[in-house]
Ligand binder design. Structure first.
Ligand SMILES: NC(=O)c1ccc[n+]([C@@H]2O[C@H](COP(=O)([O-])OP(=O)(O)OC[C@H]3O[C@@H](n4cnc5c(N)ncnc54)[C@H](O)[C@@H]3O)[C@@H](O)[C@H]2O)c1
Ligand SMILES: CCCCCCCCCC=O
Length: 502
C-alpha cells in the first residue's frame, strides 16, 4: 500500500464495502474529527437533515411499516433530535479530561482520564425503528470523534434508500459513508477491520457479528432483543395498567425491541385484564384497526407467516383477524397460555400478547429467572416494596415499573441488554463513553526523585515499610483535599521522604 492510502488501481479492485471502510479510515487519520467544532458542525447538519427532510423520512416509513407522520415524529425523530441537542450542549464537558482521585504517592501528579476517539465504527441497524436504532448510535459516534460506516437494514427497503440518499448530502461523506445491501454485503463489511462494531438486531445474528469481530479483536456493542416479561400485581388499577401495556405492545404493531412480550398475572384477574386490554385497543385504534392511521403493519410476509404460526396452539381472547396481502395482523390477546406454547418459544416481535397465569409473585419470579435475561422487565404494582423485591431478585437490561417503553427516552439512563439481550449500552453520555476509549493518563514531573527511591533496589526493610504504607493506604487526595492541612501535610511528606531516601 502506498503512503497515504491505497493507489487508484488498488481501489478499483476493492469491494464497495472495502472502499468505504478504507476511505473512512483515511478520513479519520487526517485528524479532522479531533476538534469538537467539527463534530458539532456535523451534528448540526444532521439536525438540519431531520428538519428539512422529515417528509422523505415519513414517506419511507409509511411505505415500510405503515407508520403515521405523528408516530414517526414521536417514536423516532424527536428522540434523535433530543440526543443531538444534548450532545451540542454537553460535548465540551464529556470530552474534557476527567480528573480522578489520587493516592498519597501521586499527590503532585496529574491523574486523569482522557476520552479519545476509537477510530472507525461500524453501525449495523435494524428496520423496526430505523432512525432511532441506526442514527442515534451515529450521533454517539460523531460526538466521540469517530468515523462511522452506516449500514441500514435492507429489510426496511424505503428507509435504507432515504438514508443512503440523504446522509451524504448533509454529512462528511468520506467520514460517514452509508453502505447498503443485504446479508452478503453485511458479511463483506464484517470482514473489514473496525475499531468498534455497534450492532442492533436479533441475538442469532448478534453471535455472527461477535464472531466476525473477534478476528480483529474489535469490541462490540450488541443491542439485541428477547422476551420482555410484564408482571401485573392484582392490586393494580387495571384500566390504567392495561392502557399503558396496550400502548407498549401494539405500537408499531408489536415490532419493538422493548415491547412487553407476555403478561404474567394471577388467574383471578385474567378476564378483567383481557377486557381492559380490549377497551384500550378500541380507544387507540377504533373497532377497525386495519383502517386506523395509527396502527402499523408487519414488515414483510416472512415475518407475517412467522407471527401467524405462533398463534396456532393458544386460546384466542380477542383479535386474530389478518390479511396476508396487506401484512395486517389485528391487535391480539391470547389467554391461559402454556409455557410450552409456540408463542412462548421465541421473541414475538408482532401484535400478539399472551397471558400466562401465575398464582404468586414467587411463581412469576421463578418463571422470569428460568429464562434468558430480557431487555426490560415491566412491573405493574402500586406497592414500592414489591417493585423493589422484583428488581432485587431478577436481572434484565433495564426495569420499568408502571409504564412501557418510555425509559428509552430518558437519556440519563443507559439503554442496553444483558446476557442474551445484549452487551454495552448507549443514549446520551453513555453513547459517548461507549464509543470512546477511556485513556488513563498519569503525568509526573521529573523532580522529587527522592520519593521514588523507596521502590528502587536495594529493597531494604525500611523502604518496604514505606512502600507498604503508601500503597496500602486507602487515603485519597480528594478526601485529604477536604482537610485544611493539605498543603502542610504535603510539604512534610515531601521533605521527609526526600531526606529519608537521600
Ligand atoms: N436492543 C435494541 O435496541 C433493539 C432495537 C431494535 C431491534 N432489536 C431487535 O432486533 C430484532 C429485529 O431485527 P432483525 O434482526 O429482524 O433486523 P434485521 O433483519 O434488519 O437485521 C439487522 C441487521 O443485521 C444484518 N444481518 C442480518 N442477517 C445477517 C447475517 N446472517 N450476517 C450478517 N448480517 C446480517 C442486516 O443486514 C441488518 O442490517 C429483534 O430481536 C429486536 O428485539 C433490538
Ligand atoms: C416516547 C417513547 C419512545 C419509545 C421509542 C421506542 C424505540 C424502541 C427501539 C427498539 O425497538
Amino acid at each position: 500500500m502506498a503512503a497515504g492510502g491505497p493507489s487508484r488501481a488498488l481501489l478499483t479492485r476493492m469491494s464497495r464495502q472495502q472502499v468505504a471502510v478504507e476511505r473512512a479510515r483515511r478520513a479519520f487519520l487526517t485528524g479532522r474529527t479531533r476538534p469538537l467544532d467539527y463534530r458539532i458542525r456535523q451534528l448540526k447538519s444532521l439536525q438540519r437533515c431531520l428538519e428539512e427532510r422529515q417528509a422523505d423520512i415519513v414517506t419511507a416509513l409509511k411505505k415500510d411499516l405503515h407508520k403515521s407522520e405523528q408516530g414517526t415524529a414521536l417514536f423516532e425523530i424527536y428522540g434523535v433530535q433530543g440526543e443531538i441537542l444534548l450532545v451540542i450542549n454537553k460535548l465540551s464537558d464529556w470530552a474534557a479530561p476527567r480528573p480522578v482521585e489520587k493516592n498519597l504517592l501521586g499527590i503532585s501528579d496529574q491523574v486523569y482520564i482522557q476520552p479519545e476517539p476509537l477510530g472507525v465504527v461500524l453501525i449495523i441497524g435494524a428496520w423496526n425503528y430505523p432512525w432511532a436504532v441506526t442514527i442515534q448510535p451515529l450521533v454517539g459516534a460523531i460526538a466521540a470523534g469517530n468515523a462511522a460506516v452506516v449500514k441500514p437494514s435492507e429489510v426496511g427497503v424505503h428507509t435504507a434508500k432515504v438514508m443512503e440518499d440523504l446522509l451524504p448530502l448533509y454529512l462528511d461523506k468520506e467520514m460517514y459513508p452509508v453502505v447498503t445491501g443485504g446479508v452478503p454485503e453485511t458479511q463483506e463489511l464484517l470482514k473489514q477491520r473496525f475499531d468498534h462494531i455497534f450492532y442492533t438486531g436479533n441475538s442469532t445474528v448478534g453471535k455472527v457479528v461477535m464472531e466476525a469481530a473477534s478476528c480483529h479483536l474489535t469490541p462490540v456493542t450488541l443491542e439485541l432483543g428477547g422476551k420482555s416479561p410484564c408482571y401485573i400485581d392484582s392490586s393494580c388499577d387495571l384500566t390504567i395498567t392495561c392502557r399503558r401495556i396496550a400502548w407498549g405492545k401494539f405500537s408499531n404493531c408489536g415490532q419493538t425491541c422493548i415491547a412487553p412480550d407476555y403478561i404474567l398475572c394471577d388467574p383471578a384477574i385474567q378476564d378483567r385484564v383481557v377486557e381492559e386490554l380490549r377497551k384500550a385497543v378500541k380507544e387507540f385504534y377504533t373497532d377497525d384497526p386495519r383502517s386506523c392511521v395509527d396502527y402499523g403493519r408487519i414488515i414483510n410476509q416472512r415475518h407475517f407467516k412467522r407471527i401467524m404460526a405462533m398463534m396456532e396452539d393458544s386460546t384466542l381472547a380477542f383479535g386474530g383477524e389478518n390479511d396476508e396481502s396487506q401484512c395486517y395482523i389485528a391487535p391480539t390477546v391470547l389467554k391461559d397460555v402454556k409455557p410450552g406454547a409456540k408463542v412462548m418459544q421465541e421473541e414475538i416481535f408482532g401484535p400478539l400478547l399472551p397471558i400466562i397465569p401465575v398464582s404468586s409473585v414467587d411463581e412469576a419470579l421463578r418463571f422470569i429467572n428460568e429464562r434468558e435475561k430480557p431487555l426490560v422487565l415491566y412491573i405493574f404494582s402500586p406497592d414500592p416494596k414489591l417493585i423493589k423485591r422484583m428488581v432485587a431478585e431478577t436481572s434484565s437490561g433495564g426495569v420499568l415499573a408502571n409504564d412501557c417503553l418510555v425509559h428509552f427516552s430518558v437519556s440519563t439512563l443507559p439503554f442496553g441488554g444483558v446476557g442474551n439481550s445484549g452487551m454495552g449500552a448507549y443514549h446520551g453520555k453513555y453513547s459517548f463513553d461507549q464509543l470512546s476509549h477511556m485513556r488513563g493518563c498519569l503525568i509526573k514531573s521529573l523532580s522529587m526523585e527522592g520519593v521514588n527511591k523507596m521502590r528502587y533496589p536495594p529493597h531494604t526493610a525500611k523502604k518496604m515499610d514505606w512502600v507498604r504504607y503508601f500503597l496500602l493506604s486507602q487515603m485519597t487526595v480528594s478526601l485529604l483535599g477536604k482537610l485544611v492541612l493539605l498543603p502542610l501535610l504535603f510539604l512534610i511528606v515531601a521533605v521527609g521522604l526526600q531526606r529519608f531516601f537521600q
